[in-house]
Design a protein around this ligand. Structure first.
Ligand code: MRU
Length: 359
């Protein structure tokens, strides 16, 4: 069986540290770094050392532990103040992936559930909760792979955009889990990976992961996706998501929307693969999802840092876009597939799986 990268984990007890792959160096260099403070975690999230929505959710959990473990609070009220300062700080690192907010909210709820205990006990409980988030993400990704690979038939070729692999989760991935699971089931499949400008998560990370797993992967520039679809090479598209609105509109790496338009034009089914923690049921439509704007130099200088535009040229650099639910054939969650997602179908999926209490 293929091995998958050890993207992020906790090492040791409450005095330990978070260990993660420094993803900005891949694939030229594989390096693991220690993250020991909340400031280091904020920075790691911001500069994409750890990235991808579910992995950011896991990082948020560990970041909360790093932020509160040295709290001098002697009672719940003081501790809650420190906890709030940490969660607000971590939540300011990146705006789009809802898993970040989901992660800090889950840690806050965990602290509240043991507020009658001593502060050292609450801290220990939070460490355990962060490890549960990590463990559950690993399990959820395997389930995504199982549900998703049913959609990919023997001999088919899929296209993906950005990186929704083991590097974007605690392990195994979301969209890439579909390919890993199909490959492990013995299906002969091929994958086209979009390069994903400007930070090249597709070429640096996705092609690296799939290649390492022995999957037949072909790298293309983003502007070639239309051509390969026109040539009839692509039967399905699988992408991840950073935040899915209640109506099924899905935010993902910039360029995903263009792929969905091409897919619609060419009649290629377009699937989003994401855990239910990526849904934001408080946001009704995709147009209300906050889109991160990043440093103009990511475009002016490209990933390698060399100048490829005038140093002061005006730049627009949204890091994400939103694919309307009308373009989505299905959303694969850890519970199954929401076909042709709408507000009603998403709610029904949540209700059936015990995630919505009403009606
Ligand atoms: O800016 P990034 O690299 O964090 O963007 C990542 C993506 O857009 C992924 O496709 C998304 O988070 C899903 S990851 C399973």
């Amino acid at each position: 069986m293929a091995s998958y990268p050890n993207t992020i984990c906790w090492v040791g007890d409450l005095n330990g540290h978070c260990q993660m792959i420094e993803q900005t160096l891949l694939p030229a260099e594989y390096k693991e770094i220690e993250v020991s403070t909340q400031e280091q975690m904020w920075d790691a999230i911001k500069r994409l050392a750890v990235r991808g929505a579910p992995a950011i959710g896991v990082a948020a959990g560990f970041g909360v532990v790093l932020g509160i473990r040295d709290s001098k609070a002697s009672n719940w009220d003081e501790f809650e103040r420190d906890l709030k300062a940490t969660t607000e700080y971590l939540a300011s690192s990146r705006p789009t992936a809802v898993n970040l907010f989901w992660g800090v909210d889950r840690m806050t709820a965990a602290a509240h559930s043991v507020k009658d205990k001593t502060v050292p006990e609450i801290k220990q409980h939070l460490l355990e909760e962060s490890q549960r988030i990590w463990e559950q993400d690993r399990d959820i990704c395997r389930r995504l792979g199982q549900h998703g690979h049913e959609l990919l038939a023997e001999g088919e070729t899929a296209l993906t955009h950005c990186n929704a692999g083991g590097l974007a989760t605690a392990d195994y991935g979301t969209a890439l889990a579909v390919f890993f699971a199909a490959h492990e089931a013995g299906k002969k499949i091929q994958v086209f990976a979009d390069e994903t400008r400007p930070l090249n998560q597709g070429s640096r990370l996705t092609s690296w992961e799939l290649h390492n797993a022995g999957i037949d992967v072909t790298l293309i520039c983003d502007n070639m996706a239309g051509q390969v679809m026109k040539e009839g090479r692509i039967q399905k598209i699988f992408v991840g998501s950073d935040r899915i609105a209640a109506n099924g509109d899905a935010a993902n790496k910039i360029g995903t929307y263009s792929v969905s338009v091409l897919a619609k034009h060419h009649g290629v089914p377009f699937y989003v693969v994401a855990p239910t923690s990526t849904f934001d049921m408080d946001t009704a439509h995709g147009k209300d999802i906050p889109i991160e704007q990043r440093d103009p130099d990511e475009i002016r200088r490209g990933y390698s840092g060399g100048l490829n535009a005038p140093a002061d040229v005006k730049v627009y650099n949204p890091a994400f876009d939103v694919t309307p639910h009308e373009h989505i054939a299905g959303i694969v969650t850890e519970f199954g597939v929401i076909e042709n997602p709408t507000t009603e179908r998403v709610r029904e999926h949540f209700r059936q799986n015990g995630l919505l209490a009403d009606q």
